[in-house]
Write a protein that binds this ligand. Structure first.
Ligand code: FAD
Ligand code: SF4
Ligand code: SF4
Length: 467
C-alpha cells in the first residue's frame, strides 16, 4: 500500500538563505543562495496537492505546480524538472525573477492562513539542481525546411525560438546588442540573476539549432522586408520596450544624469563593476534614483555596490503604492538604501562645469485616487528641499523603440508605441509578422513575455502550416 504522507502544516515558508546585507551590498554575487535538497523537500511537503490546483491558473505558462512539487517531496528532482520544463523553458530564470507573490503564490490555499508554498523557490531549486547534475544536450530536431526570423533575444524571443526549433523550424534570432538575453543580461543585475544561468539557457537554444546573430539592429542593418526577401517566411518581433522616459525638468541634460536603462546596461552588460573592464560609469558618492519600480530598486542597489555612500530612492507616493516587488524593497532597505517617500524632483542642480551637485525636490501628500486607482500625489507648497547628490538616475518607465515600426510598412502601433495585435495576442497588422512581450504590452514581466513567445510560436506554426 502506498505510504500516506502527512502534510507539513508549518504556516511559514522555509526561509531562503541569503548573504548578509552588509556583505552583499559591496559585491555583485547572488543575494539569495538557494535551498538545499533537505530544505526543498521539507518545503515541498507544505503543498496539499489540491485537486483543483488554483496556483496553476495563476501561472502565465501553466506550470503543473502540485505535480512538480510532489516529485520534489519524493526527492525525484529530475522528474520534477521534466514536469516544469514541459511548459516553462526557462525555470532557473522564472524561479528567480517571477513576481510569484502576485502570480502562482497569490492563489495558493496555504496563503489563506499563513504563507503560501514557496513555489518560486522550489522551481529555482529544481532548475539549479538539474543544471548542476544532469548533462543532457537537447537533441536537434529534424528540419522542416521552413525559416523563421526572431527579432530580439529577450525572454519573448528566446521562448518563441525554442518552441519553433523544437517543431523543426530553422530559426535565426537577430539581436541588436553583442550578447543574447535582452533585459535578462542588460537590465537585471548579476546579484539577482547570474548571467551564467542566462548563458546556459542560450546555449541550450543553440544546441537545438537556433542561430543567434548579434550586433544586428533590425530597422538599421536589415529591414523586416529584407528578412522576407532573404527567405524567412515569418517574423516574430520581441524587441522589448527599451526607450527610457524622462521627467522633462530643468537640469536633466547635466553630466551625471542617467536613465536607469543606461546605468544598468553599463553596469551589467558592459560589466562596469569589474576592474578588468573599462566601461565608464560615474564613481558616485551620493546617488538619487527617481522611481519606485523593480528597475529603480536594481539601479539603487547597483549604485550602492559600486561604492556610493548615500543612495536615495525618491518616490512621489508612499511605500504601499510602490510597484516594485516587496522582496526587492526589503532587500534594498536592508542594504542601506534611504527611501525618500512622498517626494518629487523639480530640478537637477548643476555646478559651473555642468555636473550634477544636487536634486531639488518637493514634498507630496496623497489626494483622491486617479484613473489607476492609486491616490494622486499632490505637492505641498513651499516644502522644497535639496538632496546633495552627484548622480541622478531616472527610472520612470520605458516604451518600445519606434525603429521597427518606422521601417516596416503596414505595422501599426498604439499611441504609446506598442505594436497592435489581434485576438490571438500575437498577429500584427502586417501579414507574416507576429509580436509579443514588452514590444506589445509595454514594460511588463519576464513570464508574461515568455507566455507571449509561446503563443507566437503556436501562431507562426499554424500560419506556416496553412500557407
Ligand atoms: P527584452 O527583454 O527587452 O528583450 C528585447 C531584446 O530585443 C533586447 O535584447 C534588445 O536589445 C533587442 N532589440 C530591440 N530592438 C531591436 C532591433 N531593432 N533589432 C534587434 N534587436 C532588438 N520582470 C520580472 O518578471 N521580474 C523582475 O524582477 C524584473 N526586473 C526587471 C529589472 C529591470 C532593470 C528591467 C529593465 C526589467 C525588469 N523586468 C522584470 C521586466 C522584464 O525583464 C521584461 O518585461 C522582459 O524582459 C520583457 O521581455 P522581452 O523579450 O519582451 O524584451
Ligand atoms: Fe510561479 Fe512563475 Fe514558476 Fe509560473 S513560472 S510557477 S508564475 S514562479
Ligand atoms: Fe500546493 Fe498551494 Fe497549489 Fe494547493 S494551491 S496545490 S497547496 S501550491
Amino acid at each position: 500500500m502506498a505510504e500516506i504522507r502527512k502534510p507539513n502544516m508549518d504556516p511559514k515558508k522555509a526561509p531562503m538563505p541569503a548573504q548578509d546585507p552588509n556583505v552583499r551590498n559591496k559585491n555583485f554575487l547572488e543575494v539569495c543562495t538557494g535551498y538545499s535538497k533537505e530544505t526543498a523537500m521539507t518545503e515541498a511537503t507544505r503543498c496539499l496537492g489540491c485537486k483543483n490546483h488554483p496556483c496553476v491558473s495563476a501561472c502565465p505558462v501553466g506550470v503543473h505546480i502540485p505535480k512538480f512539487i510532489a516529485k520534489v517531496a519524493e526527492g525525484d528532482f529530475k522528474a520534477a524538472y521534466e514536469v516544469i520544463n514541459g511548459t516553462n523553458a526557462l525555470p532557473a530564470i522564472s524561479g528567480r525573477v517571477c513576481p510569484q507573490e502576485s502570480q502562482c503564490e497569490s492563489k495558493c490555499v496555504r496563503g489563506i492562513k499563513g504563507e503560501p508554498v514557496g513555489i518560486g523557490r522550489l522551481e529555482r531549486f529544481v532548475a539549479d539542481w538539474y543544471r548542476e547534475n544532469v548533462v543532457e544536450k537537447p537533441v536537434k530536431p529534424e528540419s522542416n525546411g521552413k525559416k523563421v526570423a526572431v527579432v530580439g533575444s529577450g525572454p519573448a524571443g528566446l521562448t518563441c525560438a525554442s518552441d519553433l526549433a523544437k517543431k523543426g523550424y530553422q530559426v535565426t534570432i537577430f539581436e541588436a546588442f553583442h550578447t543574447a538575453g535582452g533585459v535578462l543580461v542588460y537590465g537585471i543585475p548579476e546579484f539577482r540573476l547570474p548571467k551564467a544561468i542566462v548563458k546556459s539557457e542560450v546555449e541550450k537554444l543553440e544546441a537545438l539549432g537556433v542561430e543567434i546573430m548579434t550586433n544586428m539592429v533590425i530597422g538599421k542593418v536589415l529591414s523586416i522586408d529584407e528578412l522576407f526577401e532573404m527567405g524567412y517566411q515569418a517574423v516574430f518581433v520581441g524587441s522589448g520596450a527599451g526607450l527610457p522616459m524622462f521627467m522633462n525638468i530643468p537640469g536633466e541634460g547635466l553630466s551625471g544624469v542617467y536613465s536607469a536603462n543606461e546605468y544598468l546596461t553599463r553596469t551589467n552588460l558592459m560589466k562596469a563593476y569589474l576592474p578588468e573592464y573599462d566601461t565608464p560609469v560615474m564613481k558616485s558618492k551620493a546617488v538619487a534614483v527617481v522611481g519606485g519600480g523593480n528597475v529603480a530598486m536594481d539601479a539603487c542597489r547597483c549604485a550602492k555596490r559600486l561604492g556610493a555612500e548615500n543612495v536615495y530612492i525618491v518616490y512621489r507616493r508612499s511605500k504601499e503604492e510602490m510597484p516594485a516587488r516587496v522582496e526587492e524593497v526589503e532587500h534594498a532597505e536592508e542594504e542601506g538604501i534611504d527611501f525618500k517617500l512622498l517626494c518629487n524632483p523639480v530640478r537637477v542642480i548643476g555646478d559651473e562645469h555642468g555636473r550634477v551637485v544636487g536634486l531639488e525636490c518637493v514634498r507630496m501628500e496623497l489626494g483622491e485616487p486617479d484613473a489607476s486607482g492609486r491616490r494622486r500625489p499632490v505637492e505641498i507648497e513651499g516644502s522644497n528641499f535639496v538632496l546633495d547628490v552627484d548622480t541622478v538616475i531616472m527610472s520612470l518607465g520605458t516604451s518600445p523603440n519606434p525603429l521597427i515600426r518606422s521601417t516596416t510598412p503596414g505595422l501599426e502601433t498604439t499611441k504609446k508605441g506598442c505594436l497592435i495585435v489581434g485576438e490571438d495576442d500575437v498577429s500584427t497588422t502586417r501579414e507574416g509578422v507576429f509580436a509579443g512581450g514588452d514590444a506589445v504590452t509595454g514594460a511588463a514581466t519576464v513570464i508574461l513575455a515568455m507566455g507571449a513567445g509561446k503563443k507566437g510560436a503556436v501562431a507562426i506554426d499554424e500560419y506556416l502550416s496553412n500557407k
